[in-house]
Design a binder for this molecule. Sequence first.
Ligand code: SAM
Length: 434
Amino acid sequence: MDPYLVGLDLAGRRVVVAGGGTVAQRRITGLLAAGADVLVVAPEVTPAVEGMAGAGEITWAPRGFADADLDGAWYALACTDVPAVNAAVAEGADRRRIFCVRADAAPGGSAVTPAVGRHDGLTVGVLAGRAPRRSAAVRTALVEALQTGLVDDTADPVTPGVALVGGGPGDPELITVRGRRLLARADVVVTDRLGPRDLLDSLAPHVEVVDASKIPYGRAMNQARINELLVEHARAGRFVVRLKGGDPYVFGRGFEEVQACAEAGVPVTVVPGVTSAFAAPAVADVPVSHRGVAHEVVVVSGHVAPDDPRSLVDWPALGRLRGTVVLLMAVERIGAFAAALVDGGRAPDTPVAVVQDGTMRIQRSVRATLATVADVVREHAISPPAVVVVGAVAGLRPLAPPDPALRSRNAALGPVGQRPGSGVRGSGHPGSAV
Ligand SMILES: C[S@@+](CC[C@H](N)C(=O)[O-])C[C@H]1O[C@@H](n2cnc3c(N)ncnc32)[C@H](O)[C@@H]1O
């Protein structure tokens, strides 16, 4: 018989979980999200389950299962790694007419757990007989279709207003789930030059895209005009996504846009993003902090020179730091910034890494020192957008790849690391920086 798919209201109701391993842990989080009163019975539990008990989210009985544990329960999960114990839980539950899932042998229980996905107030559950990978794959595909707007689930009209969305450093997979979801609901998208441009291609034809790019020392849409556009579209009853590169509040002028909307009485929601200040170094194998190496990370804007009267940066203080200095918008004046750090006391042989177009297919990176970085940047024609990392972390290397073929390819890359081929995304690899 096919099981009958149902949604249980478990709020405030006792659910017994026998076992405290990773299977139990995965189920407990869902039960807590449903507001269940969870009793975990297990001599040992994972650190995460212990943490939930310590925080008072669940009750943990640190012992073996006893039949009386099921008294007063509405639902039970047998998740131990001992089949006889799981069978005892299922039998005890049957006697009391409590539905019970047996994690080790589904037919031995009276209920099965569907593959569950959530999206914007929807819960999707999929059962595929005894094919858990199939149900998980279908669940994931359904949720992705909802997240990307492939399935139009807009039962409620979208409220007019503005969402200020941090799109991440460029790789379209590095936007947040919430950002992606709101983008799929937009009537108007006001974009930047930086950020996940590839996502624009997936927007529905009716979505109006406004290019608000600012090219360094080149064409740029005036910030006041951007603010006006957001307000005008929202007032005309549209849902506007202001899609920005990285995080909207890290040198992104995002707060000015929020202020403009607030002044105009336009509702705004802010979705943080993955900032290029940390993501670009990360994909080039440069950690901005490392145990025993750097205990401080300072992110600095290089949009004005150190001696510019508008500068708010205390360069002598930065020069005295021992930790990591991450410079954005600093490529054109890298010589002046390096000199300012050395003047402030930083050693000229301090390692420096420069990562251009981090997370993009065309990502490149170079390594240098404070003394050499200006020449290296010029020599390799490094251009914006690029992140400069100053400090001992820029001298760290991951372990050499075990594959000899990969090792020789990396050696052949020379002083500039370049991301291989299109479609290579995600975490850094040993070839992404030298
Ligand atoms: C106006 S700031 C915006 C920063 C953005 N809000 C963030 O959090 O990443 C632009 C600067 O960010 C850096 N940047 C942005 N995207 C980058 C990328 N993919 N690779 C390297 N640097 C990037 C560059 O320093 C660029 O000049």
